[in-house]
Design a protein around this ligand. Structure first.
Ligand SMILES: Nc1ncnc2c1ncn2[C@@H]1O[C@H](COP(=O)(O)OP(=O)(O)O)[C@@H](O)[C@H]1O
Ligand SMILES: [Mg+2]
Length: 350
């Protein structure tokens, strides 16, 4: 089961990918310009310079690559880039471009100065990627007409445009593609204080009454991710309406998130199941991934790709050559005491 894919799991309230409801409300919650965009000081400052300079020259902005985990604001920034340049935006994604022809059709219909947003750019097909190199560098594509030996390539001039690529996996981009971006912005996880600002802003737009302490409580459980913060805010608002007087206080937020099984650190049921098994069944490890997965009744991939990245980032779990190991913080978080005698290390390792 893929816990971050809404088609198989509609319920993971701390999943970073957008579900149907997210998509519907995100449009309303998106900051419209750089001034409204919370946090990411470095990327914001750099991008501001790139855009201001291009505007002053009366030129189209350089191509921009945005890399970072899901839900950190890449799509939002791409729309802001278009808005700041006063340009229209065309939105597509790597997986939507199967053939080079698909890309040629999009490129040849761009208006001068238009922003082309290519989400999940690392998932584009090889031939399309090669066509993109030339389009980015020379604003030109070769359109192949006909098939077999009679096929001819007709060069086509493109108007200058700005490509904004987004990727969760910058490391997967071939260097020739990466090198053709004039500017790369690395998006980072947000601090709790920044998430509080995101939550206050969203609460205002959703007309939800929230206390500072309530926003802080939600921010601390949002895993550094605005998308999750906005989603938790909506769930807490539901609770506040049904079980309280509609106002989100610290207490209301904490009780609501207990109902949704999101703990004080933002761990959900799956995360806690993995940690609990590691601590109580295997004495804190080391234990092999497969064994751990069987113990929690999940697929290896689910444990490795869905639960572990956040546990590692939080310093609760370490991946070692001998297997998964709990850190002292993991014992403390679950309120358990580590065993004093050092059991039989390696027994469960693969
Ligand atoms: N810096 C930010 N300030 C305010 N809201 C943000 C910020 N970054 C993201 N968001 C909100 O989080 C949600 C997800 O952002 P999005 O741009 O779709 O993320 P990504 O494309 O990186 O997955 C949107 O609703 C957006 O409004
Ligand atoms: Mg996006």
């Amino acid at each position: 089961m893929n816990w971050d894919d809404e088609s198989t799991n509609p319920t993971r309230v701390v999943g970073p990918a957008a579900d149907g409801e997210d998509r519907a409300v995100e449009a309303a919650l998106r900051p419209k310009d750089l001034g409204e965009f919370v946090g990411q000081e470095r990327v914001r400052t750099q991008l501001d310079l790139v855009l201001k300079a291009a505007r002053a020259r009366g030129a189209t902005a350089d191509h921009v690559l945005l890399s970072g985990a899901p839900g950190l604001g890449k799509t939002t920034l791409s729309m802001i880039i278009a808005a700041e340049m006063g340009a229209p935006i065309r939105i597509t994604s790597g997986p939507a471009i199967q053939h080079a022809g698909d890309l040629a059709a999009i490129l040849s219909s761009l208006a001068e100065g238009e922003v082309l947003f290519l989400d999940e750019i690392h998932r584009m097909s090889r031939p399309a990627e090669e066509m993109l190199y030339m389009a980015m560098e020379d604003f030109r594509v070769d359109v192949v007409v006909g098939k077999g030996p009679g096929a001819t390539a007709i060069p086509l001039e493109l108007p200058p445009f700005t490509l904004v690529g987004a990727t969760t996996r910058a490391g997967l981009l071939p260097p020739p593609l990466r090198d053709r971006f004039g500017f790369t912005g690395h998006m980072e996880f947000y601090s709790p204080a920044e998430l509080e600002r995101v939550i206050h802003r969203s609460a205002r737009l959703l007309e939800v009454d929230i206390a500072d302490q309530g926003a802080a409580e939600i921010a601390g459980r949002s895993r550094g991710t605005p998308r999750i913060a906005n989603r938790l805010l909506r769930r807490v608002r539901d609770y506040a309406q049904v079980r309280a007087d509609g106002v989100i206080t610290r207490e209301v937020a904490a009780r609501a998130l207990e109902v949704y099984e999101v703990d004080a650190r933002g761990l959900d049921r799956l995360d806690r199941a993995v940690l609990t098994a590691l601590l109580t069944l295997f004495g804190g490890g080391p234990v092999g991934l497969s064994t751990l997965a069987v113990a929690v009744g999940e697929e290896r991939e689910t444990v490795e790709e869905v639960a572990e990245p956040f546990l590692v980032r939080e310093g609760l779990l370490a991946r070692t050559p001998r297997g998964r190991v709990a850190t002292p913080a993991a014992w403390a978080h679950l309120g358990l005491t580590p065993p004093t005698a050092s059991g039989q290390p390696g027994l469960f390792a693969e």
